[in-house]
Design a protein around this ligand. Structure first.
Ligand SMILES: [Ca+2]
Ligand SMILES: [Ca+2]
Length: 104
């Protein structure tokens, strides 16, 4: 069986929400991350898609939330909204790239 290592890297980056999206990640990698999270393939990550990913990595999310002194729910809202820079409730690939560049 062939192991899809790209997918493993992407999943590792997504642990704990968008915190893995740093300036060290290339635009094409960020677009691939976006595609992974956009499970209905409409071109946007909405909050329910974000939560699906976040809830699947609850242990990491809990430790990220704890580091920031937030509840898990607060952390998830904060993490989503900091990426959704125009506040329309959907995250475009460009918004994810902008977030990663801001984290520098
Ligand atoms: Ca979507
Ligand atoms: Ca948006």
């Amino acid at each position: 069986m062939k192991i899809n290592s790209t997918k493993i890297v992407l999943i590792a980056l997504l642990l704990g929400g968008f915190s893995g999206c740093s300036a060290l990640i290339s635009d094409s990698m960020l677009k691939a991350i976006h595609q992974e999270m956009d499970t209905n393939h409409d071109g946007y990550i909405d909050y329910s898609e974000y939560l699906d990913n976040s809830n699947a990595n609850m242990e990491d999310v809990k430790s990220e939330a704890k580091d920031k002194g937030m509840s898990v729910e607060e952390y998830q809202k904060w993490d989503f909204h900091r990426a959704d820079s125009d506040g329309d409730g959907k995250i475009t690939p460009q918004e994810l790239i902008d977030l990663a560049r801001k984290e520098l």
